[in-house]
Write a protein that binds this ligand. Structure first.
Ligand SMILES: [Zn+2]
Length: 459
């Protein structure tokens, strides 16, 4: 303020002098003089104030509390596993460990991020951010193979995971885990969480009175967590989340879970989790040991899982001299196209790339998993004829391969759509005959198992 006042006084004085001495027509040159005078004064004032400023440095401002910026558009696929084997006797709940490794590799190749339970919860609670397309790995029940087989493979990839235990199947011999084994899991990337006490269907009163049902639900919900906290709380790996046995629950169970302070509860409803998904009913894709029907949709973020390199290969680009060049890789059906045919031939032209390694090629198609493609090394053309009608109206294709121009795996992914009406009209042409598990007139595309996995007693 003082400086402004001085400057104004100087300006007034200079202007007056200018008018008196030379008259109005000479104002302009005098304004130049004034400006110079102002500049000089400013410097002098600054010099005059400097010692004061140095002697009287104000305290630094109090740190502003930064609110984390949360990506509310991010989505998470939660995977649910159970038991593993290194043999061939797989079923819905028992997965071969090599298939498990391939699935983790597919997650890695898709450049999806695997987050821990704590990261997941912090994002849901708006405390920290996560990558836009993330995967959360969970394993239920506490089978011995979680320790003997899965732990090592997860460690190879450095992926965190959550194990849901039910109290009555901890340290009881057979194929249950000992306390020491659980501690080892905790020391190797596992979060420990609850899966009830007795692993019974929590939606059923089972002949109990309303009051007894409440008491029993509380025991299943609360004692399972207290047990983990009492035995493994010192590992720092116990997190207050709960997986409903068989994915089944009642409104009362949800209420009591919330009341007890569970940060999240998990079901077996295979769908993506959004930021605003109800915390007490988080869906999971239960991965079966015999089919990728649930795994593939979990990894399909609608073409969004393209790597930046993959996008570049499928898009027009500019050379170093600025000339526009056609995409290096072309595909059919083209990205985001709409087809009137549920039995398309997939074609990928890799002829513009040099040194494609045929052994490195992996082609995956939504609902079919890894498929047996044909690759002609001479023409660079890769093809795959769908053997069965596509059941979903959106189909995702993902190609992983290596070529001379890339140090790492190249991943290309895209989706195309099926127009159900056009498909109906052309069903004579597209009817696949005896290989088709669906009747030719069934164009409503019934929801596949992947969309609503039915709970089975071994969940
Ligand atoms: Zn279970």
């Amino acid at each position: 303020m003082k400086r402004v006042t001085l400057s104004l006084l100087t300006l007034a004085a200079a202007l007056s002098a200018g008018f008196f001495l030379t008259g109005c027509e000479k104002v302009k040159p005098y304004l130049e003089t004034v400006k110079t005078a102002l500049d000089r004064e400013t410097e002098e004032e600054a010099a005059a104030r400097k010692p004061l400023a140095e002697a009287d440095i104000p305290p630094p401002p109090a740190p502003v509390k930064m609110e984390p910026v949360i990506n509310k558009e991010a989505r998470v696929s939660v995977l649910g596993y159970h038991d593993f084997t290194d043999g061939s006797s797989t079923n819905d709940m028992i997965l071969n460990i090599d298939d498990f490794r391939s699935q983790l590799q597919a997650i890695k190749d898709s450049q999806l991020h695997v987050i821990s339970m704590r990261q997941f919860l912090d994002w849901k609670q708006a405390k920290a951010d996560i990558p836009a397309e993330s995967i959360l790995i969970t394993i239920d029940d506490g089978w011995k193979a979680t320790h003997t087989l899965a732990m090592g493979v997860l460690k190879e990839f450095g992926y965190p995971y959550t194990v849901f235990f039910y109290k009555n199947y901890v340290n009881v011999g057979g194929r249950s885990l000992t306390h020491d084994e659980i501690r080892e899991l905790a020391a190797n990337g596992a979060t420990l969480s609850s899966h009830s006490v007795s692993h019974q269907n929590m939606s059923s009163r089972g002949g109990r009175s309303e009051a007894d049902y409440d008491t029993w639900l509380r025991l299943e919900l609360e004692e399972s967590h207290r047990f983990l906290e009492a035995n493994f709380g010192d590992t720092g790996a116990v997190v207050k989340t709960f997986a409903f046995p068989y994915g089944i629950y009642s409104d009362r169970a949800l209420e009591l879970a919330r009341e007890f302070g569970y940060e999240a509860c998990f079901t077996v409803n295979g769908k993506k989790t959004s930021w605003d998904t109800e915390d007490m009913e988080i869906g999971r894709y239960v991965v079966h040991g015999t089919t990728l029907a649930n795994f593939d949709p979990a990894l399909d973020f609608g073409g969004g899982s393209l790597t930046s390199a993959g996008r570049k290969l499928l898009a027009e680009s500019r050379t170093e001299t600025g000339e526009e060049q056609a995409p290096l890789v072309t595909v059919n059906p083209t990205p985001n196209s709409v087809l009137g045919n549920r039995l398309p031939l997939i074609e990928i032209d890799l002829s513009k790339l040099t040194g494609v390694d045929p052994a490195s090629i992996i082609l995956r198609v939504t609902g079919f998993g890894k498929v047996p493609h044909q690759f002609d090394n001479a023409t660079g053309l890769l093809t795959y004829q769908l053997p069965q009608r596509l059941r979903l109206d959106t189909c995702g294709v993902q190609l992983t391969f290596r070529h001379a121009g890339s140090a790492d795996n190249e991943v290309i992914g895209w989706t195309f759509q099926i127009d159900p009406i056009a498909d109906y009209l052309s069903s004579d042409v597209t009817a696949p005959g005896k290989n088709d598990p669906l009747p030719a007139d069934d164009n409503k595309a019934p929801a596949p198992e992947s969309q609503s996995p039915t709970a089975t007693p071994s969940l």
